[in-house]
Design a protein around this ligand. Structure first.
Ligand code: FES
Length: 63
């Protein structure tokens, strides 16, 4: 699924970039060589970035 139509950024690529880079959606887009155009995706992109970073900090499941 594309999260940013203007830049053809897929959710999977955004999630990967979120844990490899710091900053907000605009900063992560810049790391991907993109920049916002219409800006309609930014709120959702920021939510996905926050979610992915939170999940990356969770400890591995242990029995
Ligand atoms: S949909 Fe991302 S900038 Fe337009």
């Amino acid at each position: 699924m594309y999260i940013c139509i203007c830049n053809a950024i897929r959710e999977t690529d955004l999630r990967r970039a979120a844990v490899q880079n710091s900053g907000d959606a605009e900063a992560v887009y810049a790391r991907l060589g993109k920049r916002p155009n219409c800006g309609q995706c930014l709120a959702d992109a920021n939510a996905i970035i926050s979610e992915e970073r939170e999940m990356a900090q969770l400890p591995a499941y242990a029995e």
